[in-house]
Design a protein around this ligand. Structure first.
Ligand SMILES: [Zn+2]
Length: 365
């Protein structure tokens, strides 16, 4: 939040009072709603990415759906302009609140990335509400703390789905995506990655999905990447999933990654279930749409001891380094085929070796 720089004039004070009163009545209304479900209303939590002043334009997700403004689904969006025009690259993280490597990778991008051509749009916490409570099935630590030379950085470690206190409606008995005949568990109505293209008048999860889908259209996104993590024992770990229209670029990226010693598998979006980012972004917009999964020891299931930060085999730094390497490889594959005026030339990203040697703290503001 911006600090107040001036004393408010009397008319502003009156307006502020009215706003405070309406916020208070909204709080009472939401407390009543939450009371029905036996849930307490929560405070919003501070932005975790901290790009230095002037290096990125900060917007909010509510720019793309005003009804999100000020609520638990609103979230900062950072825009970094390149020195020359080019294509737009959208990076989304925090779809699932416990898949922390994506959130830290997105913060590093917002704080450090430079572009000689093109434009970068970063949404570090796509589902901000999901970061506000522990996952009921796989609870982790409340937050990951990363020491930096300038102090400790805190990244909330949340849940897979939207906080039920924020959704604004109870879960349905079964969740049915509008374009699917494949019924899913009712709680999946709060899974952002089953909710695209969303709806402007649905529950909070559907509205967040709608705002993100709208961002892709309005900004003319050329390449979109959703950063995730998976159970290290699942077949999703170390995987790039691509919309069928751009699976060839994912395969090319996997070859480039193999050359630098990082083995990833590649898959095309399945027909079912619907509502996943790589499927709906790619089918409904011009964006080439990808999703990456690194293995998070905190997501072992059935739950057992796994440290999402300092696991000796899969420390957070190694997973963040892999996600940034995937970004470099996907863009290299894209730029190979893109016309010159649509290239996306991302610079100043640390290599895997640099991250392993210097640690994450050196990369954050
Ligand atoms: Zn995920």
């Amino acid at each position: 939040m911006k600090p107040l720089r001036r004393r408010a004039a009397p008319s502003r004070l009156a307006a502020a009072l009215v706003a405070a009163l309406s916020l208070a009545s909204m709080a009472i209304a939401s407390a009543a709603l939450a009371g029905c479900a036996g849930l307490a209303p929560r405070a919003t939590f501070p932005a975790e990415a901290r790009p230095a002043a002037g290096r990125a334009e900060r917007r909010m997700l509510s720019n793309y759906l005003p009804s999100l403004a000020g609520g638990p689904g609103d979230s900062p969006v950072y825009v970094v302009e390149g020195r020359k025009p080019g294509g737009t690259f959208f990076v989304c993280a925090g779809t699932h609140g416990n898949e922390i490597a994506g959130v830290v990778s997105a913060a590093i991008l917002a704080e450090r990335a430079e572009l000689s051509a093109g434009r970068l749009i970063v949404l570090p916490r796509a589902n901000r509400s999901a970061a506000t409570y522990p996952d009921p099935e796989r609870p982790g630590p409340p937050a990951i703390l990363i020491p930096t030379p300038r102090g400790e950085r805190r990244f909330a470690y949340g849940a897979r789905r939207t906080n039920p206190a924020d959704e604004g409606r109870p879960d349905p008995a079964v969740y049915l995506h509008p374009d699917s005949s494949h019924p899913q568990d009712g709680a999946e109505a709060r899974n952002l990655d089953r909710s695209y293209p969303g709806s402007p008048d649905g529950g909070l999860t559907a509205r967040v999905a709608f705002a993100i889908q709208r961002l892709l259209e309005v900004e003319g996104v050329a390449v979109a990447l959703d950063l995730h993590e998976a159970n290290p024992e699942s077949k999703l770990a170390w995987n790039i999933i691509a919309n069928p229209k751009n699976v060839d670029l994912a395969a090319m990226a996997v070859l480039l990654l193999e050359e630098e010693g990082l083995r990833m598998a590649v898959d095309a979006s399945a027909e079912e279930p619907r509502g996943l980012s790589h499927r709906e972004w790619g089918d409904r917009t011009k964006a080439l749409a990808f999703l990456v999964e690194t293995p998070n020891p905190g997501q072992l299931y059935p739950p057992r001891t796994g440290d999402p930060f300092a696991d000796p085999e899969l420390p957070l730094g190694r997973r963040v380094a892999a996600q940034l390497a995937v970004i470099r490889a996907l863009l290299a594959a894209y730029n190979e085929a893109a016309p010159e005026g649509e290239r996306i030339l991302l610079e100043a990203l640390p290599s895997r070796a640099e991250i392993e040697a210097g640690g994450l703290g050196a990369l954050l503001e």
